[in-house]
Design a protein around this ligand. Structure first.
Ligand SMILES: Cc1ncc(COP(=O)(O)O)c(C=O)c1O
Length: 460
């Protein structure tokens, strides 16, 4: 075997075998990391095996152990071994998955993976798609199609005429992720176009408020963006009812389902996305809940013409072929890695039941942790998981719950046995519990509750 690949395989194996036995938190001091990693750029280079070994040793202390089953920060997701292995093939093959002509197998793999995903997630079979870096770029791709369509209905060709002088667009949102706002900025729509409507107590968009907003203005080109699983509570907007209402007003409905869209793959959770196929576009990630390596986001668009009009590109050297799909016509990039290959391998390996098992076991673990924490003294449960996200905070006798919450999170993370992220929610410091890794077991649930109980006891 090629010695570089051999060493990399051994080191990767060592790392993966160490998951669960090493600290969840590691070195985060940037000064120390710079000291370790800054080397001289020499004239004649350094032997590759030395480079690889030192890279491993020097980077290791600064790797946040997100692959561990007790890592509950952000919504990171794990990586199944087959998806890591397939990702190695992506690099070995080094295909430029821009077009069929320069990467035929990668192009066909995309077609197949997209068909599987549409079936799994309950999306319309005719939807077009783009495999992008993450949900952020999936928003950009999907909303570019939306922008095209709603402006075309107002007799404006945004691709030719740009946005100067264009009819203003309105984007109606409920609970939403910051990446949606950045997509709106990047597309030149501007955040002034955003109309935040009232939410129900459970964090879902108020249908009455949405109706009032839609009825207040029947002429402005409109996009409604919904959350299928918000970051904090995993709240799902009433997709079915909103799609009916929004379509009565000729609005485009976009769904941010970065992780929540995967509820559609589970018999137990599919009811949360009832009506999902009625929407016009969907953005999601595979690097979160499908547990494939970064970077892997997906945009689906019902109106393929709008999608292609927004993204297509022409060049003299493009090799046009019949009956093939060139990715550059559908996504925002030109040269790109064949990032769909790990996704294809993961879906084939897991099958429908395997995907559903990941979703359901993560949801059960999230509920188990939140319920377990809720039984501890001084813990307030703010959001019991609808799916895999929950919120708690820690109560202090002196009433400074924010300080207490930050202190306890720091203590838990310092144990190296579990990792939670702090965040701000409804004006409070809170601890978010996010479970999106296939490695999280019921044992981890029990141990995590013990770790938090110990942190609480120590601080008394
Ligand atoms: C609801 C939601 N939307 C969008 C995103 C952005 O996803 P990405 O980081 O893959 O761009 C996230 C990330 O956590 C998210 O939780």
């Amino acid at each position: 075997m090629n010695p570089e690949l051999q060493l990399a395989a051994e080191l990767a194996d060592e790392y993966i075998n160490g998951i669960g036995t090493t600290d969840v938190s590691r070195e985060s001091d940037p000064v120390k990391l710079r000291q370790r990693l800054s080397k001289d750029l020499t004239d004649d280079g350094t032997p590759p095996l030395t480079v690889l070994q030192e890279l491993y040793d020097d980077a290791l202390p600064g790797l946040l152990n997100t692959a561990d089953g007790r890592f509950f920060g952000w919504v990171i997701g794990g990586t199944t071994p087959v998806s890591i292995a397939a990702d190695w093939l992506v690099s070995a093959w080094d295909q430029n998955a821009a077009a069929y002509a320069c990467a035929p197998s990668a192009a066909i793999i995309e077609e197949i993976a997209a068909e599987w995903l549409k079936e799994l997630l309950g999306l319309p079979q005719q939807a077009s798609y783009a495999f992008v870096t993450g949900c952020q770029m999936a928003h950009v791709t999907a909303l570019a199609a939306a922008r095209h369509k709603v402006l075309k209905a107002a007799n404006w060709s945004v691709e030719e005429q740009g946005l100067f002088g264009a009819p203003p667009i309105r984007v109606i949102v409920g609970e939403h992720h910051e990446t949606l706002l950045r997509a709106i900025r990047q597309l030149g729509i501007g955040t002034d176009a955003v109309r935040q409507v009232a939410l129900e107590d459970d964090g879902t968009i108020s249908l009455d408020a949405l109706k009032a907003e839609l009825e207040s203005d029947s002429s402005t080109p409109t996009i409604v963006s919904l959350a299928a699983g918000d970051l904090n509570r995993g709240a799902f907007d009433p997709i079915d009812a909103v799609c009916d209402l929004a379509h009565e007003h000729a609005a485009w409905v976009h769904i941010d389902g970065a992780f929540g869209l995967w509820a559609g793959a589970s018999d137990r959770f599919r009811h949360l996305v009832t009506g999902i196929s009625k929407a016009d576009s969907w953005a999601t990630d595979a690097h979160k809940w499908l547990n494939v390596p970064y970077d892997s986001g997906i945009a689906f668009i019902k109106d393929a013409d709008a999608h292609k009009s927004a993204m297509t590109i022409h060049a003299a050297y493009k090799i046009e072929m019949d009956d093939v799909r060139d990715q550059i016509d559908w996504g925002p990039e030109w040269s790109r890695r064949a990032r769909t290959i790990p996704l294809y391998a993961a879906l084939r390996t897991l099958g429908r039941n395997g995907v559903a098992n990941i979703i359901e076991s993560c949801c059960d673990a999230a509920a188990g942790i939140v319920d377990g924490l809720g039984r501890l003294p001084g813990v307030e449960v703010l959001a019991r998981p609808v799916i895999n996200q929950g919120l708690v905070r820690f109560l202090a006798d002196d009433g400074d719950h924010d300080r207490r919450t930050d202190e306890i999170i720091e203590r838990i993370n310092a144990t190296g046995e579990a990792w939670f992220g702090p965040t701000e929610w409804n004006g409070m410091r809170v601890m978010r519990i996010s479970v999106s890794n296939y490695r999280t077991t019921q044992k981890d649930v029990v141990r995590t509750v013990e770790i938090v109980a110990n942190a609480l006891m120590e601080i008394q």
